[in-house]
Design a protein around this ligand. Sequence first.
Ligand code: C5P
Length: 210
Amino acid sequence: MIVTIDGVAASGKSSVASGVASALSIPYVSSGLLYRAATLLALEAGTSLSDAPALLSLLGAAPLRLEPLAGGNRIYLDTPDCPRELTADAHTSAVDAGVSALAQLPQLREWVNARLRALTPPFVAEGRDMGTAVFPQARAKFFLVASPRVRALRRVKERVGDVEAVEQALIARDEQDQLQSHPAADAQIIDTSDLDLAGVIAAVMAGVQE
Ligand code: C5P
């Protein structure tokens, strides 16, 4: 069984996917973390975020390992001499600002999608195009939306920042992500603006059990 939870930036996808996965006793998979880790490695190596061949060559030599647990995903660079966890470094504003550029490259999307399709179900897959491009066969599909202001307020609670600036950055990322971020025709759209986390998880669980 695969359940897909897609949605706009900071719509609460990870927390919802984690809650739903825990309720179903299965893992959840964060596709965004693969895009983020790839962006982090490119920024550190000074590789252009629009140079697909250079990025693929960098990633081909990087033993990245995604750990898809129900409680939260982690990502590691399993270099034999110096293994390193990348999870925290993959969530900085620098990565936030660069990730959409890399994610717009079809070759990079294929690189991520191949890793996701190699995983063994059951799991909850979370991202932008899980229900459309990657797992069209999923049993239940959801797409989360919320107003930019609500999302900015939530994000500022997680990380420090100015609400106005965070809201503008989210709107910019929404625009850049638009091509790959839209609901599947058979997805249930949930507006989380006026719901708390438990309310969104309950709405998704009701849809899964339909
Ligand atoms: O979900 P998260 O905010 O961690 O995703 C980071 C970025 O990765 C998104 O802004 C988007 O550019 C890209 N992404 C994507 N497709 C996905 C998941 C993430 O393009 N399925």
